[in-house]
Design a protein around this ligand. Structure first.
Ligand code: NAP
Length: 192
């Protein structure tokens, strides 16, 4: 599961658990982005802090693990390279799915290496309720590897949580308490 996780919230955790159940996954590996190509000019919370919040949020679920593979790389984090590295690590016998938000999946589908990427994994695109999917224009090979999953809990969003913290509004019950405490203790999102 890829994401910026700035911060991680219950929408992400519900998505991971729903995907694990629906696709019979052995485990979900959360991979916080290092320097994602579409956010090079964005102000992001340092990767080490996003990684720590992801660890705090996933501790209670024994089927969730966290990888620091992208955050430890200097280079821009392309999903293609991440999935290729995971494929090499786990071998041909492992069936890999890349899980993330639908907008990001559709963006990745436009990339040049998409056919090679589709050789090593399938894609689970999580949508918010009421999300209107434009007709998917990819090849039949890609369409066969793409699964949409509506997740009502994705009404929660990281950008709304950041805005709430900056405005002094509550964020309780939108994300795990440990992550909430980390945000306040380290003064994250006070100015957006
Ligand atoms: P984003 O563009 O910030 O987010 C797009 C939408 O998807 C937002 O509504 C976001 O909600 C949601 N989302 C993000 N991660 C999610 C997850 N794990 N589960 C459910 N919803 C999720 O997306 P991003 O976080 O930067 O990127 C998502 C993943 O796609 C990352 O792994 C990134 O590296 C990858 N990506 C790769 C490329 C590439 O290789 N060319 C291009 C784009 C994205 P929240 O804001 O609430 O999370």
């Amino acid at each position: 599961m890829g994401g910026t996780f700035d911060p991680i919230h219950y929408g992400h955790l519900v998505t991971a658990e729903a995907a694990r159940h629906r696709f019979y996954l052995n485990q979900v590996i959360f991979v916080p982005s290092g320097r994602p190509p579409h956010k090079l000019s964005h102000k992001l919370t340092p990767a080490a802090e996003r990684l720590l919040m992801t660890l705090l949020a996933t501790v209670p679920n024994q089927d969730f693990i966290v990888s620091d593979w992208e955050v430890n790389r200097e280079q821009i984090s392309y999903t293609y390279e991440t999935m290729r590295a995971f494929h090499q690590h786990f071998g041909d016998e492992a069936e890999l799915f890349f899980i993330t938000g639908a907008d990001a999946v559709l963006e990745i589908m436009q990339w040049r290496q998409i056919d090679e990427l589709a050789d090593v994994c399938s894609f689970i695109a999580a949508t918010r309720p009421g999300y209107h999917l434009d007709d998917f224009k990819g090849s039949p090979k890609l369409a066969a590897k793409l699964f949409f999953m509506e997740v009502p809990a994705l009404a929660i969003s990281s950008s709304d949580i950041r805005r709430r913290v900056a405005c002094g509004e509550p964020i309780k019950y939108l994300l795990p308490e440990t992550v909430e405490m980390y945000i306040y203790k380290h003064g994250l999102y006070r100015d957006i």
